[in-house]
Ligand binder design. Structure first.
Ligand SMILES: [Zn+2]
Length: 170
């Protein structure tokens, strides 16, 4: 489920420290730090074995996983920033895979961002894991502020961006 107002976050899991993407308003958290789907499933297995009530995240907590209902999903490490995600300045983000399934061409990245591109580091994520691909001329083109991308980068970002796992970039 990807809601119109979905606020994407990405950062390390409170438990396993792997980086993953989540809906900021819906992800379960421990002391304000998000918990990934894999760790939540492990917690719930333990609770179940102890006869304790399980912990149900809000639907859509993990909108960019394959199973996106926020319930128990894959238990392999796949909710680590798994998909490239187009984040428009306004409106809902969406998964965008490269045409060849492996990596983006420069032309594809130009098309997503509407012009020449540059990469920007994420505030909480190593550049070896993921980067933001942004329009290099956002100021000159007077593109609108992208609030989600601005929060992810920790600096003002303009226009449509691609939140991109490093392995999808050449
Ligand atoms: Zn985890």
């Amino acid at each position: 489920m990807i809601r119109d107002e979905c606020m994407i976050g990405c950062g390390p899991c409170a438990v396993c420290k792997r980086f993953f993407t989540f809906d900021v308003d819906r992800v379960p958290s421990s002391h304000g730090e998000p918990i990934c789907r894999t760790c939540l499933a492990a917690v719930n297995r333990r609770k179940r074995s102890l006869g304790m009530p399980e912990w149900h995240p809000l639907p859509g907590a993990y909108p960019f996983d394959d199973g996106d209902d926020g319930t128990e999903g894959p238990t392999t490490p796949r909710d680590m920033i798994a998909h490239p995600i187009v984040i428009p300045a306004e409106g809902a983000p969406a998964i965008r895979m490269p045409a060849n399934g492996a990596d983006f061409t420069l032309e594809e990245l130009h098309a997503v961002c509407g012009g020449y591109i540059e990469t920007v580091r994420l505030a909480l994520v190593s550049p070896t894991v993921a980067l933001l691909v942004v329009n290099e001329e956002g100021m000159r083109l007077e593109l609108p502020l992208n609030p989600t991308a601005t929060r992810l980068a920790g600096q003002p970002i303009l226009g449509t961006v691609l939140l991109c796992p490093r392995r999808f970039l050449r």
